[in-house]
Design a protein around this ligand. Structure first.
Ligand code: HEM
Length: 399
């Protein structure tokens, strides 16, 4: 048994609270080998950062077997920006980078504000009729789904399908998935592909002012984007464009309820504190906990040499609790000024949607407290049983 085997990502206790285990994993300050996972774990800020930034640690997608069964799922990943390395990654990233500059994203502000208003109106109606609403299902969840759908040009009434397909696909990133989950992921992957193919074909005939049309035009010019890459890009943007945002917001809200002094501070003055609060949401209980890389050549990370072909996993949630980087590391402090968390990753795959995620949360967080200054839990939140994508199923609230 190796040191890192204290982390069992399928153990409900580790899912409920991985932080004491992370503290132990960080003790040596170095990467630790896990026999259980057959890879190095990078638990400190420095090692996780180094794994994500090393040019010889690549995001290499291993096709799932048998390939015939996983055909669509495999190309959906191997042709996506997230699972590509340069030069393919550089080409794919440059095609969408322009759509995600802070300037282009800030232009979405009125749309985001209007969506928040609408969702808050609906939440208020629920509150009046039932005495409670759900911060996730009624607010944190629909907002990013609708925003990314609008950006791509997917009709809003597809939101429920997008959410369901994404949820089925991301179960494949967890440890210990079941056969049933695999079959569901295959089905949802192909439903998602069929839907986006149809929409792209429709945009060829009837172009609109949206990101799908822009990508279709690039694809038609040839060379820069093939059809699989076009579809994989849209599916990834729609999926990555909401999964972490939903959970990041929810995790932060639960942290607020568990720290009444911080809740009061924010509720009394939401405009002053929301920018630092949302960075603390990302740091204190990060929505994404594990991303792995494969060494394409022997790579030195701290005192450990990762041999070519070996894998290393960056534990983002642990890196963000590293006491050598953050003061009072286990304290949830929404006024924290210096907060160099790596919840959005690092290096060439650094989250392209970070400006969008930040804008969404910077808009929705103060609006939630302006509408409901006395927001409180209406029951126990229910946690998701997943380690990699860390979040809550429900957060019942009253006001
Ligand atoms: C709180 C919200 C979010 C968090 C915490 C987050 C986190 C991350 C992280 C950690 C990575 C890097 C993964 C790796 O290195 O292997 C990443 C990549 C990515 N994210 Fe996000 N993300 C968020 C929201 C978004 C949004 C709103 C979008 C919308 C477009 C998005 C799109 C992407 C894409 C396309 C990539 C791949 C970039 C590349 O490979 O070059 N994300 N995200």
């Amino acid at each position: 048994m190796s040191v890192a085997d204290i982390l069992d990502m399928q153990d409900p206790a580790a899912v409920a609270n991985p932080y004491p285990i992370y503290t132990q994993l960080r003790e040596s300050g170095e990467m630790v080998w896990s026999d259980r996972l057959n890879l190095w774990l990078a638990p400190t800020h420095a090692t996780a950062n180094a794994v994500l930034r090393a040019k010889t640690m690549g995001r290499i997608y291993n096709p799932l077997e048998p390939q015939s069964e996983w055909d669509i799922f495999n190309w959906l990943h191997s042709d996506s920006i997230l699972d590509s390395e340069p030069p393919k990654h550089t080409r794919l990233r440059s095609l969408v980078q322009k759509a995600f500059t802070p300037g282009r994203i800030n232009a979405l502000q009125p749309n985001i504000t209007q969506l928040c208003e609408q969702l808050l109106d609906e939440a208020q109606t629920k509150l009046a009729t039932h005495g409670h609403f759900d911060i996730l299902a009624d607010y944190a969840e629909p907002l990013p789904v609708l925003v990314i759908a609008d950006l791509l040009g997917v009709p809003r009434d597809m939101a429920e399908d997008l959410r369901r397909w994404s949820q089925d696909i991301v179960k494949m990133y967890e440890f210990g998935r079941t056969r049933e989950q695999e079959l569901q992921a295959q089905q949802s992957g192909s439903d998602f592909v069929n839907y986006i193919s149809g929409l792209a074909a429709e945009r060829k005939i009837n172009p609109q002012n949206d990101l799908i049309t822009a990508l279709v035009e690039v694809e038609e010019q040839g060379e820069k984007l093939n059809e699989h890459e076009l579809i994989a890009m849209c599916v990834l943007l729609l999926n990555a464009g909401h999964e972490a945002s939903v959970n990041g917001f929810g995790n932060g809200m639960v942290a607020l309820f568990r720290n009444p002094d911080q809740l009061e501070l924010l509720a009394n003055d939401p405009r002053t504190y929301s920018a630092t609060a949302l960075e603390e949401f990302m740091r204190f209980d990060s929505p994404l906990h594990f991303f792995d890389r494969t060494a394409t050549a022997d790579t030195q990370i701290g005192s450990v040499t990762v041999k070519a072909g070996q894998k290393a996993g960056a534990l983002l949630g642990s890196a963000n609790r590293d006491g050598s980087v953050f003061e009072n590391v286990d304290t949830f402090d929404i006024t924290r000024e210096s907060n160099p968390h790596i919840a959005f990753g690092a290096g060439i795959h650094f989250c392209i949607g970070a400006p969008l995620a930040r804008l969404e949360m910077q808009t929705s967080l103060p609006m939630l407290f302006e509408r409901f200054p006395n927001l409180a839990l209406a029951g126990d939140p229910v946690q998701r049983p997943t380690f990699v994508l860390r979040g809550w199923e429900t957060i019942p609230a009253t006001a």
